[in-house]
Design a protein around this ligand. Sequence first.
Ligand SMILES: C[S@@+](CC[C@H](N)C(=O)[O-])C[C@H]1O[C@@H](n2cnc3c(N)ncnc32)[C@H](O)[C@@H]1O
Length: 447
Amino acid sequence: MPRFDLIATATFGLENVVARELQQLGYEDCRVSDGRVLFSGDERDIARCNLWLRSSDRVLIRVGEFPAPDFGALFDQTTALPWADLLPVDASFPVKGRSVRSRLHAVPKVQGVTKKAIVESLKKKHNRFRFDESGAEFQIEVSLLKDIATLTIDTTGPGLHKRGYRSIVGAAPLRETMAAGLIQLSYWSSDRPLIDPFCGSGTIPIEAAMIGRNIAPGLQRSFAAEDWPWFDRQTWKDVRTEARDTRRRDLPAPIMAYDHDPSAIRLSQRGATDAGVGGSIRFGCQEVSELRSPLKYGCLITNPPYGERLGDNEEVEAVYRVMGQTFASLDAWSQYILTSYKGFERLFGRRADRRRKLYNGRLECQYYQYQGPRPPRETEGDSVDSRPEPAIEVQSHIAAEPTPTPAQTPVQPNPQPIDPFGTFVADCSGEQQHIAFDAKAIDSMED
Ligand SMILES: C[S@@+](CC[C@H](N)C(=O)[O-])C[C@H]1O[C@@H](n2cnc3c(N)ncnc32)[C@H](O)[C@@H]1O
């Protein structure tokens, strides 16, 4: 079975979460860089990663990467790549492009040259002059970063946040991939209670229940590579069967989801049922001021209103003050709050133990973390360990060259939390363009 260089893409700040997920899946040698984690694998690994990755946006085959300071280099190097090994004669292969801090910044032209070069390469290998592109889609991307071109084929199709468990969403939903990232950045594990007091359409509780019950996030959807003629269909069947067999029926601790909007609660319940975790989450319609819990050592993970997208600032400020007063009674809980509102800590009344910059869509947010005490160990009887949770340390494994490791182990649902910011600083500055490209139009383009 051929092996591929693979890229799991990640939103800013979640790269090391994705790398950690890959390690949990058995892929030890991952290279982390801005927005992506590079690793290697075969067809089965492509299927497994699409099915299991929770925080990644998509899985790409890296066909080639090379310096492209001018169009000549882009054309020649692209032509030399083994396209005919990957694209069948009837493949449809739209090309999209992006360019960040590169000399080749005219993205439509970059796409056009890339498309022409691929056609040229296919002509030689398939001994044909025309390609009708009537078959399965192989979405190609040419991505230029500081004059380095990366050519990829998307194996995923619709982004991995599209789990397939909900068709309707609330007013300001979190992406499922981001919700999974927030959970994996926390100290939550399935034996600890979890509360989301602003659950909206329920993304955080649903994703937590899926993690806790070891439900593969992609189990209910299909992927682009499933339509590829050379991709063994049995492989997909096998990884799905394996995923179904490793699901857990129950959670040892409760997950609770609240919102003051009854329609949000109805939406959450429907989403949870569709995700197969309806019985694992307790829902309630209540104001955040009513939040109480007799339980201890849980994790409160939430995404309250920000002001930008829901309500106005005055309302939001009042909500943050109420949160500060109400959450103070959950003193044995760790609390994690994602918001873009700059004065959050002042209104909440406490400085966070740690803060992390994350992007919710285009909104720059901080993930405020308040570490509660650790749960008592079994051997310590009921005595409370009042020390706060230890600082989260990163276990980022950045290898010089990725070497494949057989990925046989089932996913462990509650990896130790990591610090994705400990070693990684992404540079988000610079121009970025992402333009959908009409593949059929390219044949008529001039050089
Ligand atoms: C940003 S949305 C949460 C989105 C959610 N994470 C999702 O993925 O759908 C904030 C939610 O807080 C709820 N909310 C606003 N003020 C509230 C309050 N005082 N008490 C309880 N819920 C409130 C809103 O109804 C809204 O659903």
